[in-house]
Design a protein around this ligand. Structure first.
Ligand code: HEM
Length: 459
């Protein structure tokens, strides 16, 4: 790149050279769907065929992505497979609802996630980040930390503080254990789901992960009823997202959300908002632990970082660029699946109603036709002077179109504040030449925990 920084390319899984038969396909979908992608997926704009899922079109060119996610989004829904995998816990949340139900909830929630509204949460994000760094006690000596656990803990603290005024707190470890169990057991692509076997036939992962689901539901339902009662009794209540959810009214009908809808959306925010941002921070720290020159640029920005300065975000161009590049290489949501409601033509290919369209940020972000040195970590691509050259529909960590992530501004702000706060106090070093390896378990996680050495910066 223009800057001439040395290049680092993180470990990346081997790409298949041959198509998968049915049984290997089912095994790979369950174990790690990253293994489904072949060399051709990274070289060709789109691939059409039939598999155990029926007709499938994999779209990896910006025009096609725009068409499916934005221009003709009305012709697509998320599809039964996604609802089956995520459904039991999130069925009535914004992520999985469709049609008028989704439109109504999105209308009610949108004002709560504007950049101006999220900016009011800066201080609490910075306080949580500082408290987490303090808990490491680096002034007593360098420490090797499990950054997956630490970042999950931090993003949980931030969510709890900013959206629920810490009333979810008190059992952060319990939440994390439940989340890990849910993501590794319940929320996998079960072969029975792929084959559309009826739901009454039990799925092993869902039975073993059911305890985690119950843990979330019980805690969150209790919180919702408690807050509803306070509001109805006219007691003073925290002005946070939970109160906003319980009191919001639809401008088009005047009705609010039911307690079940509120609970489903709280769970959606926990699962969609906490895990994704934690993984972004974990992969980012891994990448900078391997690129000391880039780490130093970030440290220099972090030294001058002060969340009380209204222009703080503009003073962190490298921090933002590194986070964006980390989400290019390790997109927290690696695949978006859609089902065509009616026939369509995408990139010249006719597809029938019911066809599955897969848009994979994992593939798109490393596609050979779209990126220069696609597997290399080059944050310069996202510096302000280069950012405009990145096609809006070639880079979609938060998706695009009407179903774009509602928490995107929240997540970017949170990740920048957290990263700058950590690097203001600590330097980050790799402890092993063996790199963490990504695995797709709803989000893009590391197969073994990301462990790094953190050392206090001389002040
Ligand atoms: C780095 C962090 C994050 C990433 C990469 C991310 C990514 C995404 C993506 C790709 C989607 C679209 C999924 C699809 O179309 O199938 C999505 C939707 C969503 N995200 Fe995020 N997200 C992040 C953080 C957050 C946060 C912090 C929140 C809330 C506090 C959140 C809440 C949601 C919700 C509610 C939806 C569903 C929106 C709708 O369908 O209308 N996300 N996110």
């Amino acid at each position: 790149m223009a800057d001439g920084s040395p290049t680092f390319s993180p470990w990346t899984p081997a790409r298949r050279t041959k198509p998968l038969g049915l049984l290997p396909f089912l095994w790979v979908s369950w174990r790690d769907p990253l293994g489904m992608w072949s060399e051709r997926h990274f070289k060709e704009p789109q691939l059409h065929g039939n598999s155990a899922l029926g007709e499938i079109l994999v779209v990896s060119h910006p025009e096609g992505v725009r068409h499916v996610l934005s221009t003709n989004a009305a012709n697509y829904e998320k599809g039964a497979l996604q609802r089956r995998v995520l459904g039991p816990m999130l069925a009535e949340g914004l992520l999985l609802t469709e049609g008028d139900t989704w439109r109504r909830v999105r209308r009610i929630l949108a004002p709560l996630f504007t950049p101006a509204r999220t900016a009011t949460m800066n201080d609490r994000m910075a306080d949580c980040s500082r408290a987490r760094v303090d808990s490491w006690q680096l002034d007593h000596g360098a420490k090797v930390l499990n950054l997956d656990t630490e970042m999950s803990g931090l993003t949980f603290d931030i969510l709890s503080a900013t959206l629920f005024s810490d009333q979810l707190d008190g059992d952060a470890k319990g939440f994390e254990d439940a989340l890990n169990s849910y993501l590794s057991l319940a929320a996998r692509i079960d072969p029975l789901d792929v084959l559309a076997v009826p739901d009454w036939i039990p799925r092993l992962g869902r039975i073993t992960g059911a305890g985690a689901g119950r843990f979330f539901e019980t805690r969150v339902s209790a919180l919702v009823s408690q807050r509803r009662a306070q509001i109805e009794q006219g007691d003073p209540v925290a002005q946070d997202l939970l109160t906003a959810l319980l009191t919001a009214r639809d401008e088009e009908g005047g009705e609010g959300l039911s307690d079940r809808e509120v609970a489903a959306n709280v769970l959606t925010f926990i699962l969609a908002g906490h895990e994704t941002t934690a993984r972004t921070l974990g992969w980012t720290l891994h990448l900078i632990s391997r690129t000391p020159d880039i780490a130093e640029r970030l440290a220099a920005e972090a030294q001058a970082f002060d969340v009380a300065d209204p222009g703080w975000a503009e003073h962190l161009p490298w921090t933002r660029a590194v986070l964006e590049e980390a989400m290019r290489l390790f997109p927290p949501a690696p695949t978006l699946a859609r089902r065509a409601l009616g026939p369509d033509v995408v990139g010249g290919q006719a597809i029938a109603a019911g066809a599955t369209v897969l848009i994979s940020p994992w593939v798109l972000h490393r596609h050979e036709l779209l990126w220069d040195a696609p597997d290399a970590f080059r944050p310069e691509r996202f510096l302000p002077e280069n950012r405009k050259a990145v096609d809006r529909f070639a880079y979609i960590p938060f998706s695009a179109g009407p179903r774009v992530c509602i928490g995107a501004a929240f997540a970017m702000q949170e990740a920048m504040i957290a990263l700058a706060t950590i690097l203001k106090s600590a330097s980050v070093e790799a402890i092993s030449p063996i790199e963490p390896r990504p695995v797709h378990q709803i989000t893009l996680r590391s197969r073994v925990p990301i462990r790094l050495r953190l050392r206090a910066r001389a002040s």
